[in-house]
Design a protein around this ligand. Sequence first.
Ligand code: C5P
Length: 239
Amino acid sequence: MEKLGLRYEGKAKKVYDTDQSEYFWVAYKDDATAFNGEKKGQIADKGEVNNQLSALFFEEIEKAGILTHYVRLLSDRDMLVRRLDMIPLEVVVRNIAAGSLAKRLGVEEGLVLSQPVVELYYKDDELGDPLVNESHVAAMGWASMADAKEIQALGLKINELLQGILVKAGIQLIDFKLEFGLANGKVYLGDEISPDTCRYWDIETREKLDKDRFRRDLGGVEEAYQEVFRRVKEVLTQA
Ligand code: C5P
């Protein structure tokens, strides 16, 4: 597989063309941003953790019969993925109130939700990714209603699957964000699943093991990323 020209550089990844038009080469970066790009920094070896941890999760999700863009690892920091037409929506699934939900609803971070909450956000940096609902999606034509329903259902299914893995690693899955796209008329999970895109709390100590350590200047950012990777890898290689 040959890496060709840079197609797109995002906040956390670079996407390159390859010699096969249906695949992209994704290079994970150490760059970290928060608050819609207002806070910038670097997290040492984040690219390696996010690439390899995402690969572990994508493999488990595929085993459960859900299509993902993941094809194979190319190196510690690089991944081969299927090219998708991205749906411009973020699907956020929440088990415990935190972050923007805790703020929006005026509830304490840590409140256990009596059932998972699924939210849709319209992906637009200039607008700060506004919260939207299915009727916005239909009116704006961002996705078909069938696809909008499917990505939310997949979000809930992936929530169950990730919770099952993470609990064995002593980690509580607070919330996470997914992105989906289309290829051959089918819905595929895209993007990544990492401490950048999820909130993970240690089940025993309630310590945050995710990007909130960077967002909130809590220190120990690199260590937290490594710790999640180490624990998940241990669970999945023992299984
Ligand atoms: O900020 P908020 O509480 O809405 O984030 C919910 C979850 O989605 C968190 O795990 C966060 O890391 C993730 N997220 C993300 N990318 C965004 C917004 C949120 O990965 N643009």
